[in-house]
Every structure is written in C-alpha cells, then in structure tokens.
Design a protein around this ligand. Structure first.
Ligand code: PMP
Length: 402
C-alpha cells in the first residue's frame, strides 16, 4: 500500500520520510491525486448551474459521490449528507443553527473533557450567545469517558450532547452508541465528531443512531477543504440555513427568500467540487483496501508501537484503553515535547507535538503537551523500530548521557 502514496518517494534531509502524523492529516494515494487532477483536466465546470454537457457531467459526479458517502456511512438518504469544509465547519453549522433555534437561557449543552477545540469552542460561543451553560463529561483515570457521570449530566436542561467518536490525543474509541441511547431516553439529540474515526474504523450512522455526524476528507486519505455533515433529515429540516447565497435558495425577492430543499439549504455558494471528487476516490480506495484490514493493520502497529515505546525508560504513555485506534500520546520525562519533535525531525521522522487542540484534556493529563504518533495504512513496524532508535538517541541527548 505504501507504493500507492507518491509522497513516500521523497527524502527529507537525505532520509526516507517517516510520517507518523496521520491524525493531523493523512497522506494521499495516487488514486485521489489523479482523480482531482483528472477532474480539472477533463470535467471542470460548476455544478447544479449549467445546462451544458460539462456542467451536467460535473453535477452527476458530484451527486454520485454524495450517494457513495451515504452508502459508506450507512445513512438512510443522500439528502442527509451535507458537503462542508471539514469537521470544524460541520460542527459550527450545527452549533450556530441549532443554537439559534433551540437553545435558550438556562439550557445546557453537554460535551466531554476529551474534545478537540472544534467541538468545544462552537458550543461555548452558542452558550455565551444564548445564556446557556456548557457541561462536561469527565475522563476517568483509565482515559475513558465516565459513563455514570454522563448519565447523570443528561438532564431536562440538556439540549444537545456533542462528543468525539475517537480522541485525537488518546485514540480512545468512545461508546457513542451507548451515550446516544442514554441521551435519546431523555429526548436529547447527539452530535458525534467523527474526525478520527472515519477511514479508521467502520462507521454506521444508522447503527449509532446519532443525530449528527461530522468528519473531514483529509483525515481519511482525501483532499483538504472538504468534509461531511451527516444529519438526520428530521433534524436538518428543522434547522435554519447556516449561510446565505447562491444554491441554498428557491426564490429570492428583496422582500423575502424561500430556501432550497435538503441538502442544498446548507450548501451556499460554489462547493469544493474537486474536493468532493477526491473524497469519492478516497472512499473507493479505503473500500478497496477494506475496513477490517485497515483496522487490523492499525491495531498491530498500535500494539507494536506501545511495546516499543514502553521499553524506553523515561517514556510515559497516555491512554492505554483496549478499545483504541492507532494513536499513541507520550512524553519523554523532563523534555518538552517540542524538543523531542524537533530532534525526531532531524532524523526524518514527522510526529505531532503540543496540545493537539485539546488544551482542557492536557490540563486533565497534567501536561503542557504530548508527543503524538498516529498511524496510517502506509506505516510499518520497521518505521517504529527507527522511531525507537531515534527516541533512545533523543533521550541520551536530552538527559545528558551523551
Ligand atoms: N475533531 C477532532 C477529534 C480532530 O482530531 C480534528 C482535527 N485534528 C478536528 C475535529 C478538526 O478537523 P478539521 O481541522 O479537519 O476541521
């Protein structure tokens, strides 16, 4: 599979690139790059607007991809799939429109302590705007969501629960189906941040029964700038439009505008058509490789990686739950994560360091930041061996035994 990714032909400082930052963005297979290039070379035109052949063709590809995504996440209808820029925009769309329509003074929005800033700040903004309160599901010492607390925190005041499917720091896979059940018992809708789940584990929104599901194309081997908001049609129909402009209207006069049907009501302006084409190619690619082999490969790398890192004295790993994706957060004692990252960069190894847009979780873990390695389908055990060697070198360098 590694050969499917042209970027690995590159050398960094004369060394083969070792890329351990797929949670940030995955590398792109040739299929995706070619699909985007081919769209611009042979089919470029705007969608839903032109009567001419090229525009009809672009529209057909665009809508066929919407259907492909519906199938990929097992949504009921294609009109429940809204194209957005990414997870962040999807969450902002729901927070803004849901907040405007349903959140009042004294209401509560429930999120968790392991959320990415993208699933904190939009809700905080809504709460500030509407006089509502943000409530937090705590993380246990084993770095899982505290379900008993979650159940208690869902009350008559709760208007919506927003939680991440997979933590981008810990890799923990959260029991979102169970949480959705708890919330639905009290008639509370649930939004799931699927940024770290789609493309790594099988996602079935009908089985999860969540009301909204957000994800980004670029974290599942597609291009940047494109993402998806799934929303149950009953909810999407109730929400007001997010942005105004072309495409989201039926009729405009200076006195009044009527809005378009789903999903177009939420797709103002020209979308990232090439991005949609690339996302379709990414889904084809992930489907071809297969959800099970992908998960198996990541699990194997996770086990191997955790063992390798644990064997290095002075390395502390955060989050060792059994139900995890291929993400490992760690620190090298007495060394700032950025120093570790810079050292590894010198060895041609790309890892992410810092707070990972999860400052409240860092506070919970009692650290300023962590080093994070995250796997894609192109990573190998040999790369982990090289990481281990480089980390031993880093430890000697920073701890002064060299
Ligand atoms: N949620 C989680 C859990 C993430 O890991 C990320 C990206 N790091 C986001 C949301 C935001 O995704 P994007 O930047 O693609 O909008």
């Amino acid at each position: 599979m590694r050969e499917d990714f042209p970027i690995f032909e590159r050398k960094i400082g004369g060394k083969k690139l070792i890329y351990f930052d797929s949670a940030s963005t995955t590398q792109k297979p040739k299929e995706v790059i070619d699909a985007v290039a081919s769209f611009y070379k042979t089919a470029n035109s705007n969608v839903h607007r032109g009567l001419y052949f090229l525009s009809r063709e672009a529209t057909e590809i665009f809508e066929a991809t919407r259907e492909k995504i519906r199938k990929f996440i097992s949504a009921e209808e294609a009109r429940e799939i809204v194209f957005v820029r990414g997870t962040t925009e999807a969450i902002n769309l729901v927070a803004t429109t849901f907040g405007k329509k349903f959140v009042k003074r004294g209401d509560e929005i429930l999120i968790s302590e392991m959320e990415h800033h993208s699933n904190i700040v939009p809700w905080q903004m809504v709460c500030q705007d509407r006089g509502a309160k943000l409530k937090i599901i705590p993380v246990t010492d084993s770095r899982e969501l505290n379900l008993q607390e979650a159940e208690k925190l869902i009350t008559k005041k709760t208007k919506l629960v927003a939680i991440t499917h997979v933590s981008n720091v810990l890799g923990t896979i959260n029991p979102v189906k169970e949480i959705t059940k708890l919330a639905h018992k009290k008639r509370v809708p649930v939004l799931v941040d699927g940024a770290q789940a789609v493309g790594h584990i099988k996602v079935d929104v009908r089985d999860l029964d969540c009301d909204f599901y957000a994800f980004s194309g670029h974290k599942m081997y597609g291009s940047t700038g494109i993402g998806v908001l799934f929303g149950k049609k009953e909810w999407l129909e109730k929400l007001p439009p997010y942005q105004g402009g072309g495409e989201m209207i039926k009729q405009v006069t200076f006195e009044k505008t009527t809005y378009n049907d789903l999903p177009y009501k939420f797709e103002a302006g020209t979308p990232d058509i090439a991005g949609v084409v690339g996302l379709g190619a990414a889904i084809d690619y992930v489907t071809k490789v297969g959800a099970d082999p992908i998960q198996r490969h990541e699990k194997e790398l996770l086990k191997y990686g955790q063992e390798a890192l644990s064997s290095i004295g002075g390395v502390k790993i955060f989050g060792r739950t059994r139900n995890k994706t291929g993400i490992i957060s760690f620190i090298l004692e007495r060394v700032h994560p950025h120093d570790v990252g810079t050292f590894l960069d010198g060895e041609g190894i790309a890892i992410r360091t810092g707070h990972h847009c999860c400052q409240p979780l860092m506070e919970r873990l009692g650290v300023v930041g962590t080093c994070r390695i995250s796997f894609g389908i192109y990573n190998t055990k040999q790369e982990i061996d090289k990481l281990k060697t480089a980390l031993l070198k880093a430890r000697d360098f920073f701890h002064g035994t060299n």
